[in-house]
Design a protein around this ligand. Structure first.
Ligand SMILES: [Zn+2]
Length: 309
């Protein structure tokens, strides 16, 4: 089996070549726009307006919550899956350059936003959440003009303030409880060009606080393997997904694309990885009924020894 066949199962290959090319160009253009938009943590208004504009064009209704997150509440069957990406960036935006499938830009989390918009443009109707304030660092330039990172003021809410607020709304029954959250982001944990990553997020409190076993993760891995999508499964990683592991009976997986030079305007990524990640997200939506509603154990229950595994 050659690499093409391994990574592109029949479902993907069957798309007419012209349509694939058109979709790819459309996706790169979206990525280029999102990569350029200024959107520091707590200052996501331009990004919010861009996303809302795109959703309006697709006649997809959205809601802004009190924290500034954007929600799509879908009542279609695949709406039980909530796709999530963060709107903030650690520094300035930049345009995207594409050289033979290797792309350079600011993909964290322009990739997640663009991927969710692409899935919607392809006619899928999941629920979605675009969060504020995921990044905990921000760029600063020293006197020589060199760019470094510093911890930003996280305020009273602390880490992942947008996602944290969103979990509160789910727990309070203000919004539909998703069967599973699919967090879409980038990662420095793997090499570019080797396919996307799928994992269950950890918590910042130590290795014994992984929410494991996760029924949702196991189901997703089974579905992805059956369709030979060429993704790696790993453990751990800190991002918005952490917050959802604190919700009861909500499955959580992260789908990430590897990048080099993470948190810079020189992030390098592979378009093939991005395409595969989008295909995996669409596959999860197509097979949403195969993801069982197991009793997902919230992370804090494990941490507090309320449940022993
Ligand atoms: Zn990110």
């Amino acid at each position: 089996m050659n690499m093409e066949e391994k990574f592109f199962p029949p479902m993907i290959m069957e798309r007419p070549k012209a349509e694939q090319k058109e979709n790819q160009e459309r996706f790169i253009e979206t990525l280029n726009q999102v990569s350029q938009i200024e959107s520091l943590s707590g200052q996501e208004e331009k990004m919010r307006q861009y996303i809302e504009g795109e959703l309006e064009r697709m006649a997809v209704q959205s809601e802004r919550d009190a924290k500034g997150n954007i929600w799509i509440h879908s009542d279609s069957p695949e709406g039980e899956i909530l796709l999530c990406a963060h709107m903030d960036k650690v520094g300035k935006g930049c345009s995207v350059e594409n050289e033979g499938g290797r792309v350079k830009g600011r993909f964290d989390d322009a990739f997640g936003i663009s991927a969710i918009l692409e899935v919607l443009k392809n006619g899928k109707r999941p629920s979605a959440l675009f969060t504020v304030e995921e990044e905990c660092e921000t760029e600063v330039a020293n006197e020589a003009g060199e760019i470094g990172m510093k911890m930003r003021d996280l305020g009273a809410t602390g880490f992942n303030a947008g996602a944290n607020f969103a979990v509160g709304r789910i727990e309070d029954g203000e919004v539909r409880k998703p069967k599973m959250v699919v967090n879409v982001d980038v990662s420095a944990k793997a090499s570019i060009g080797e396919g996307p990553l799928i994992y269950q997020s950890c918590t910042p409190f130590g290795t014994n606080t992984f929410r494991f076993p996760s029924g949702a993760l196991k189901d997703v891995v089974r579905i992805v393997n059956k369709n030979e999508m060429g993704a790696k499964v790993i453990h751990g990683g800190a991002n918005d997904a952490i917050e959802f592991t604190f919700a009861k009976n909500v499955g959580v997986v992260t789908v990430q694309v590897p990048v080099e030079n993470m948190h810079s305007t020189n992030e390098l990524a592979d378009l093939g990885d991005m395409r595969k990640a989008i295909a995996i997200i669409e596959l999860i939506l197509d097979k949403h009924a195969e993801i069982k509603e197991e009793n997902e154990i919230p992370t804090h229950a494990i941490r507090d020894n309320a449940i022993s595994l």
